[in-house]
Design a protein around this ligand. Structure first.
Ligand SMILES: *[C@@H]1O[C@H](CO)[C@@H](O)[C@H](O)[C@H]1NC(C)=O
Ligand SMILES: *[C@@H]1O[C@H](CO)[C@@H](O)[C@H](O)[C@H]1NC(C)=O
Ligand SMILES: *[C@@H]1O[C@H](CO)[C@@H](O)[C@H](O)[C@H]1NC(C)=O
Ligand SMILES: *[C@@H]1O[C@H](CO)[C@@H](O)[C@H](O)[C@H]1NC(C)=O
Length: 324
């Protein structure tokens, strides 16, 4: 059943994560109620990006020949892969395809395993650096992003931009759909902002990412909000710890557009809610004061309510460990 696609249905037996010394049990300063997301919305808007995010974990060769087994079969045969890049090492894999069923150009980024993303998010590269103004020509002042994520993004950015432009030119398609999971979600979000700034304004962009870590400071979150608006969704799954890193007290803020899977069970049924607002009202000082304190009325169903001390890494993996 299709809803099974959005949540972890497999009994994953991952080792418990190494202890992480980052407190992250902050809650957003947001008293707005969550709103239920319907099964219909999940099916029309989120399932296909989830399927493509999963395919991005397959080998380049399997993706290019569209022979990746169940993940490719779930999407169906009407996908023409136009470019695949990355080396499965320092340069993460991605692919660009013409999705003929939706008549869009699809860009999907591979992620990394949960242990790795937690360590990347928290290691020395958590330092924030200025945004690359060559790749983001219209970015304003004061924008800072995660050094490690930006370095990884830079390794494929030129190829992604040229590849998407050439795919749009050769197909005449006017829509780009962008997705990724985990580290792939962080890169896909940077790609989306870069593409919006560099592509013809007539091209529409839709970005749906899964298990997104925080990518930068308040100014970066504002830029994502302003540039992508409601065409950006980041889906968080139950107690996945990754959306809670790097923590807010280091000056990291999520953009808006969170949709949270609050519950999922073995039948694939989910309880999924849209979390309004952003972390905008929460200054880093305020975050520190709120550390580990749970406030009544905040967005308890959303990822900011997760604590790294009670996490299930399986919830992170589960987002793309999709079944049909
Ligand atoms: C959280 O989700 C439950 C349903 O699972 C709902 O009853 C409750 O109102 C939600 N809480 C908030 C703060 O939105
Ligand atoms: C910006 O990204 C490009 C890759 O497109 C890279 O060549 C360049 O060195 C980066 N600029 C800075 C200042 O890091
Ligand atoms: C795509 O078309 C635009 C406008 O016609 C052109 O400026 C650009 O160089 C082309 N890019 C590629 C990669 O073919
Ligand atoms: C799964 O969740 C759905 C929706 O919350 C519920 O109706 C159903 O009874 C649950 N099934 C099992 C086996 O728990």
């Amino acid at each position: 059943m299709p809803l099974a696609l959005l949540a972890c249905l497999l009994p994953l037996s991952l080792a418990a994560p190494a202890p992480i010394l980052t407190p992250s049990a902050y809650r957003r300063d947001n008293s707005a109620q969550t709103a239920a997301v319907s099964d219909a919305t999940i099916e029309t808007d989120f399932v296909r990006p989830a399927q493509f995010s999963r395919i991005a974990y397959c080998s380049s060769q399997a993706v290019t020949s569209w022979q990746c087994g169940a993940p490719c079969a779930a999407v169906g045969p009407n996908v023409k892969v136009l470019q695949a890049g990355g080396d499965d090492g320092l340069i993460p894999m991605y692919f660009i395809a013409h999705d003929q069923d939706t008549d869009s150009i699809l860009l999907a980024h591979q992620g990394t395993d949960a242990q790795n993303i937690l360590s990347i998010s928290n290691d020395v590269q958590f330092l924030q650096v200025g945004l690359n103004t060559t790749l983001f020509p219209q970015a304003g002042d004061g924008i800072k992003v995660h050094d490690g994520f930006q370095k990884t993004f830079e390794r494929t950015a030129d190829g992604v931009l040229a590849g998407v432009q050439s795919a749009l030119n050769s197909t005449g398609v006017k829509k780009v759909a962008i997705t990724g999971h985990s580290l792939g979600a962080a890169i896909a979000t940077m790609d989306a902002v870069m593409l919006k700034m560099n592509l013809d304004p007539s091209i529409s962009l839709s970005t749906v990412v899964f298990g997104l870590p925080r990518g930068g400071n308040q100014e970066w979150a504002n830029l994502v909000d302003k540039t992508l608006g409601t065409d950006f969704t980041h889906i968080t799954n139950q107690n996945d710890p990754v959306p809670t890193v790097p923590p807010q007290f280091l000056g990291y803020v999520h953009p808006q557009g969170e949709v949270h899977i609050a519950k999922a069970n073995a039948t694939g049924a989910t309880e999924t809610v849209a979390c309004p607002g952003t972390e905008n009202e929460v200054s880093s000082l305020y975050s520190m004061l709120l550390y580990s304190v749970s406030l009544p009325g905040d967005c308890q169903n959303c990822s900011e309510g997760n604590s790294l001390f009670h996490v299930s890494v399986a919830n992170h993996i589960g987002m793309h460990e999709l079944t049909t």
